[in-house]
Design a protein around this ligand. Structure first.
Ligand code: PGA
Length: 253
């Protein structure tokens, strides 16, 4: 059975104190209300990670993730954060290739493949993001475009390593816009991507990969999205900044 996952991407939001408060709320509600249907991953800014790790109790389904890492192992890369640094403070997930990083920081598929290799070496789970712009969707090329993103960044992996990846499909036109993909649009893409994985790795492996949906997912629309056969949870931006909304989404399976 593939895992159900709800991951919160805080992006560049929350001061240190605010972040500690938000994470504490999420951890406490998840514990008090026995949230067990999904794994929760909190992905705060880098400077929050070490302190937040200390707040997360043992034997919980709440995990800590980073929003990015550098694609080289170590060295003279001023301002960057390495996979080994993340590993050294207990980070277990890392978002890779978010559309904002691809667009504003010119991240390439080649760099993303390097990041994924480093993360897997460190036993950190990559949450690999993919998704098309509005103009690509309107051109009708969206399915092939997103499949190509997966080919470029993931298809060098062995079957064993591919099974360690989480994929997040995030149509760019739905991110932060309040305009979510319909459940039919999301399911169509997720099923297409799973078939794409099947073509290279076979049915059993493709069926074991969690594929999350991201893009204006909220407590109102999560239930319908998560009811789709190939949607295994969500990557949540705006709604992850409110503990109650984030938990409601995690209860939508
Ligand atoms: P959103 O962001 O939920 O605010 O649309 C999702 C994301 O960018 O991961």
């Amino acid at each position: 059975m593939r895992k159900k996952i709800v991951a919160g991407n805080w992006k560049m939001n929350k001061t240190f104190e605010e972040g500690l408060a938000l994470a504490s709320e999420i951890i406490n509600i998840a514990k008090d209300e026995h949230i067990q249907k999904a794994i929760l991953v909190i992905n705060p800014p880098f400077i929050h990670l070490n302190a937040l790790q200390k707040l997360i109790p043992q034997n919980t389904n709440v995990f800590l993730g980073a929003q990015n890492c550098y694609h080289q192992k170590s060295g003279a890369f001023t301002g960057e954060i390495s996979v080994d640094m993340l590993k050294s403070i207990g980070v277990q997930y890392t978002i890779i290739g978010h559309s904002e990083r691809r667009e504003y920081f010119n991240e390439t598929s080649e760099q993303l493949a390097q990041k994924i290799n480093l993360l897997l070496e460190a036993s950190i789970t990559p949450i690999f993001c993919c998704g098309e712009s509005l103009s690509i969707r309107e051109s009708g090329e969206h399915l092939a475009y997103v499949a190509q993103q997966i080919t470029e960044a993931l298809f060098h992996l062995s079957a064993e390593n591919l099974q360690k990846i989480v994929i997040a499909y995030e149509p760019i036109w739905a991110i932060g816009t309040g305009k979510t993909a319909s459940s039919a649009q999301a399911q169509e893409m997720h099923a297409y991507l799973r078939n794409h994985l099947t073509s290279k790795y076979g049915e059993t492996i493709a069926q074991s990969i969690s594929i999350l949906y991201g893009g204006s997912c909220n407590p109102q629309n999560a239930k319908e999205l998560f009811a789709c056969a190939d949607i295994d949870g969500g990557l949540i931006g705006g709604a992850s900044l409110k503990s109650r909304d984030f938990i409601s989404i995690a209860q939508s399976f």
